[in-house]
Ligand binder design. Structure first.
Ligand SMILES: NC(=O)c1ccc[n+]([C@@H]2O[C@H](COP(=O)([O-])OP(=O)(O)OC[C@H]3O[C@@H](n4cnc5c(N)ncnc54)[C@H](O)[C@@H]3O)[C@@H](O)[C@H]2O)c1
Length: 372
C-alpha cells in the first residue's frame, strides 16, 4: 500500500505531513512511503533522514499522485493535483471542508475517500489524532512570542541596581487549547496573567497554570462536547462592556476565542483598543482558521498585517502553527499517521465505518460529499 506525501504548495505553509518517526510507524503497519523531493525542506525534515527510515524520495509529482493508495497532507491538495488521484484512493488532510469547498467537490468528483483531521471527534481514544489541539498548542505559544517581540516592555519582573522593572500584564481571552498554551508561555516569561473564558469549566484550568481567572459575572456559555455554545449578540455586547476596563489595564491582550463553525466572537472593540496605553499589544488568534478569514476577536485586526492604533500594535498572524514548522510537523505527522493507521487492517485500507472516529472524520466517500 503506497502512502504519498508531497510538498505543500499553499503560500506560507512550512509544515509537512511526515517525519522520519512516522515513516517507520507506517512501514510497520504495511505501508510503503513515497515522498516528493524536498517535501520537508521548510520544516527541516531532510529527504535523507526520511529515506534512512525506508521512504523512497521521488521528483515526479504527477507519478506520485497517480501511484498513491493514500496521500497525507497538511493543507488540502490543490484541485489540479486531485485530478491525478486514482478513483478509490484515500486522502488524509487538515481539510476544514467549510473553508475549502472546491477541494472537497473535486475529491468527491474523483471518488476519493477523504478524511479531515480537524473533524476527528474529541474523545479520549482519538486524542493521539487530535490535530486541532496539537496545532492550537503551537499557535498559542507563537502568539506569546509575537507579543513579547512586538511589546516595547519586557515580560518578567527585574529587580536591578538601576531600579525595578514591573512584570507585563497579559490578558488572555478564550482559554481553550491555544489560550491555555498562551497562558503557560506568558507565565514562563514571567508575566502576570489574567484569563477569561465563557465556559465555567475553564476557570480551574486557568488557575492551575498560575493565572487569575476573570469572573465577569456572566452566565456560562458551555455547549456540547466541551465547546462554547453560540452566544447571542446581547451576551457579546454585555461581555464587551465588562471586559473593557480589563483590556485597558493590560499591556498585552491575546485573544483565542472561537465557537466551532462560526465566525470569531467579537470581544475587543475599536474603543477598547483606543483605551489601551501606548505600547500595548493585541495578538488576535481568532482572525483565521484553516487559511480562511474568520473575522477576528478584535474589531481592528487585519489578517496577516501589523496595525498601529495610536501606539497600540494589533497582530492577526496567518497560520501561526506554521511559524514553528519543525515541532508543528512532528505533532501533525503523528496525528495523521495515527488516523491513517486506524483505517488500515492487514496492511490494506479497510476502514471500519461503524467506528465513530472513522465516520466522524470522513468528508467524501463514493463520490458524495458527507460534510460541508
Ligand atoms: N476530550 C478531548 O480530547 C479534547 C481535546 C481538546 C479539547 N477539548 C475540549 O474542548 C475545549 C475547547 O477546545 P478548543 O481550544 O479547540 O476550542 P475552540 O478553539 O473552539 O475555542 C477556544 C475557546 O474560546 C472560548 N470562547 C468562545 N466564545 C468565547 C467568548 N465570547 N469569550 C471568551 N471565550 C470564548 C471557548 O470556550 C474555548 O475555550 C477544551 O478546553 C476542552 O474542554 C477536548
Amino acid at each position: 500500500m503506497q502512502v504519498v506525501v508531497l510538498r505543500e504548495t499553499v503560500e506560507g505553509e512550512r509544515r509537512v505531513a511526515i517525519v522520519p518517526e512516522t515513516v517507520a510507524a507506517l512501514t510497520a503497519v504495511g505501508c510503503s512511503i513515497a515522498v516528493e523531493t524536498g517535501a520537508g525542506r521548510h520544516a527541516f525534515v531532510r529527504d535523507e533522514d526520511l529515506a534512512a527510515r525506508g521512504a523512497s524520495v521521488e521528483t515526479d509529482r504527477t507519478h506520485l499522485l497517480q501511484s498513491a493508495d493514500a496521500v497525507l497532507s497538511v493543507q488540502p491538495l490543490p484541485v489540479g493535483d486531485i485530478a491525478y488521484l486514482a478513483a478509490g484512493s484515500t486522502v488524509v488532510s487538515f481539510l476544514q471542508p467549510w473553508a475549502h469547498r472546491d477541494a472537497v467537490r473535486a475529491l468527491a468528483a474523483r471518488s476519493v475517500t477523504s478524511f479531515s483531521l480537524d473533524l476527528v471527534p474529541r474523545i479520549s481514544r482519538a486524542q493521539s489524532m487530535d490535530a486541532l489541539s496539537s496545532q492550537a498548542l503551537v499557535a498559542g505559544y507563537r502568539a506569546v512570542l509575537l507579543a513579547a517581540a512586538a511589546a516595547p516592555r519586557m515580560f518578567p519582573l527585574f529587580m536591578t541596581a538601576a531600579g525595578t522593572v514591573a512584570p507585563a500584564k497579559v490578558l488572555v481571552l478564550g482559554a481553550g487549547v491555544a489560550g491555555l498554551q498562551a497562558i503557560a508561555t506568558s507565565r514562563r516569561l514571567g508575566a502576570v496573567v489574567t484569563a477569561y473564558d465563557v465556559r465555567a469549566a475553564a476557570a480551574d484550568e486557568v488557575r492551575s497554570l498560575g493565572a487569575m481567572f476573570l469572573d465577569l459575572g456572566l452566565d456560562s456559555q458551555e455547549g456540547a462536547g466541551g465547546y462554547a455554545r453560540v452566544q447571542s449578540e446581547e451576551f457579546l455586547a454585555r461581555q464587551r462592556e465588562v471586559i473593557g476596563e480589563h483590556v485597558a489595564r493590560s499591556d498585552v491582550v491575546i485573544t483565542a476565542a472561537a465557537v466551532p463553525g462560526r465566525p470569531a466572537p467579537l470581544l475587543v472593540s475599536a474603543d477598547m483598543v483606543q483605551a489601551m496605553r501606548p505600547g500595548g499589544v493585541v495578538v488576535d488568534l481568532g482572525a483565521e482558521a484553516g487559511g480562511a478569514e474568520r473575522g477576528g476577536n478584535c474589531e481592528l485586526t487585519r489578517l496577516g498585517e501589523v496595525v498601529d492604533v495610536d501606539g497600540v500594535t494589533i497582530l492577526g498572524p496567518r497560520n501561526p502553527a506554521s511559524a514553528h514548522p519543525l515541532h508543528a510537523s512532528a505533532l501533525y505527522a503523528r496525528n495523521a499517521a495515527n488516523l491513517l493507521t486506524l483505517l488500515i487492517r492487514d496492511g490494506q485500507l479497510d476502514p471500519d465505518w461503524d467506528d465513530e472516529v472513522v465516520a466522524g472524520s470522513c468528508v467524501t466517500k463514493d463520490g458524495e460529499v458527507l460534510k460541508t
